[in-house]
Design a protein. Structure first.
Length: 209
């Protein structure tokens, strides 16, 4: 049985963006715009919650306030298994470790069906978070900024059109290949990197419309 039985209640998405100084700059405004354009086209979704320049101290507040069904993180992961957030006092990077992620999602993730970590090196983080939520999308290595944005847009187009999480991420990959393969000839091989980590639910059974 899939998750469509609960879709009469409006869904919520929390978009978290962190682009600290000292790490490669990202065009986060474009990705946020593309995602919100798709979400606003869904009658069963509330207006997106958006938190920019997110820090450790603001992360839990954002999670508790929004109580989301989907979290979309755009920013930077690092190879040791954490995420880079933005220190509110220095604007430099601050590390959110796998242990931090586990503790936060264990106690705050009340009804999370999906977490999309749209950042490099986020497979280990996905493994940790998946212990507490429905399912998690992460990347096993590096991903180019415009490729990640294109995948995200295609993912939410898929969600809007009734696809489950597994099929929606494949739709996002397909969109990226269609739009960017001339610019990046090896893109199809590189797009083996987005992985879906099943948690409490099978990705093929998680729907939002």
């Amino acid at each position: 049985m899939n998750e469509r039985k609960n879709n009469n209640q409006k869904k919520r998405i929390l978009i978290l963006a962190a682009d600290p100084l000292g790490v490669g700059r990202l065009d986060q405004s474009d990705e946020v715009r593309r995602i919100t354009d798709q979400i606003r086209g869904m009658q069963n979704f509330e207006r997106p919650y958006i938190r920019l320049a997110v820090s450790k101290e603001h992360l839990i507040d954002a999670l508790a306030e929004s109580d989301p069904n989907i979290i979309h993180f755009l920013g930077h992961g690092y190879e040791d298994g954490g995420l880079f957030l933005r220190n509110p006092h220095t604007n430099m990077k601050e590390e959110l470790s796998p242990e931090d992620l586990s503790a936060i999602f264990k106690y705050v993730a009340k009804k999370l069906d999906c977490v999309f970590l749209n950042a490099c090196y986020t497979q280990e983080q996905a493994d940790v978070i998946a212990e507490h939520v429905g399912c998690v999308v992460g990347f096993t290595g590096k991903v180019k900024d415009n490729v990640a944005t294109c995948i995200a847009e295609g993912f939410y187009i898929g969600i809007k059109n009734g696809l489950n999480v597994e099929d929606a991420i494949n739709a996002g990959k397909g969109q990226a290949i269609a739009k960017l393969s001339l610019e990046y000839p090896n893109l199809k091989k590189e797009l083996e990197k987005p992985k879906i980590e099943p948690g409490k639910k099978k990705p093929s059974e998680v729907f939002f419309v």
